[in-house]
Design a protein around this ligand. Structure first.
Ligand code: ADP
Ligand code: MG
Length: 239
């Protein structure tokens, strides 16, 4: 399949510390790739570079044949959901979902109908008028997901969106995210440090360690044929 998102030689240091040490990554259109790696290995930094929230030192990031590195975040067609709920506390659910569209000058009627569609997609139509603090963690993440989809991104970045949630809610929302991703055919990069989540969710897994990609493959390949001891330990292949 043709690459839809293509990262080549992405490097980033903070001071003297290299955090991304030349990352290459390819994703086909409609694929859900999990980026799996231990805490501190550079996963969030990589997503922030793709979204334009952090400037990279060198390398290239192409999405649908457009070079992103020179574009401001708003022009990148990238939606992002963070680990902790990043909703605006002073805006209602529907105002949160409509926020990005409002910033881009989408007309009120179009905004409202898109917002209703998205709230139906995440099954929160009855919460449109409430404020984030009245929602559970799982509901807040569903609003964050709706908000990130509102501007019809070409790429969805999910940065450990489930890790702050209880086990049961996490499993439900995991299945829901997968279902929504398939239905929309949304190209998605899902970051986690949880092996089980990666094995269940992904079309393909990329294992990252210390700012580099260590191995990539299907969930079965990585589980049954890890190429490095790090990948093996990390996938739980030897116990
Ligand atoms: P992960 O998401 O995989 O846990 P991060 O990308 O958040 O990892 O962080 C990777 C490394 O970069 C960590 O050592 C972290 O302390 C460092 N780091 C991240 N952001 C900054 C920053 N803004 N300034 C300095 N160091 C940072
Ligand atoms: Mg992180």
């Amino acid at each position: 399949m043709e690459d839809y998102l293509k990262l080549e030689g992405v490097r980033k240091s903070f001071g003297d510390t290299p955090v991304l040490a030349g990352v290459d990554l390819n994703i086909a259109e409609g694929e859900l790739i999990t980026l799996l790696g231990p805490s501190g290995c550079g996963k969030s930094t990589l997503l922030r570079c793709i979204a334009g929230l952090t400037e990279l030192d060198s390398g290239s990031i192409r999405l649908a044949d457009k070079e992103l590195t020179k574009l401001p975040p708003r022009s990148r067609d990238v939606g992002m959901v963070f680990q902790s709920y990043a909703l605006f506390p002073n805006l209602t659910v529907s105002q949160n979902v409509e926020y990005g569209m409002r910033m881009r000058g989408v007309a009120p009627a179009a905004r409202r109908s898109r917002c209703e569609e998205l709230l139906a997609l995440v099954d929160l139509e009855d919460k449109r008028g409430v404020y984030p603090q009245a929602l559970s963690g799982g509901q807040q993440q569903r609003v964050a997901l709706a908000r990130s989809l509102a501007v019809q991104p070409k790429l969805l970045l999910l940065d450990e969106p489930l890790s702050a949630l209880d086990a049961k809610i996490r499993k439900n929302l995991r299945a829901e995210i997968r279902d929504i991703q398939r239905r929309l055919g949304m190209t998605t990069l899902f970051v986690t440090h949880d092996q089980e989540e990666a094995l269940i969710l992904s079309d393909r897994i990329c294992i990252m360690n210390q700012g580099r990609m260590v191995q990539e493959g299907s969930p079965e390949q990585l589980y049954t044929a890890p190429r490095t001891e790090f990948a093996a330990r990390f996938m739980g292949s030897y116990n």
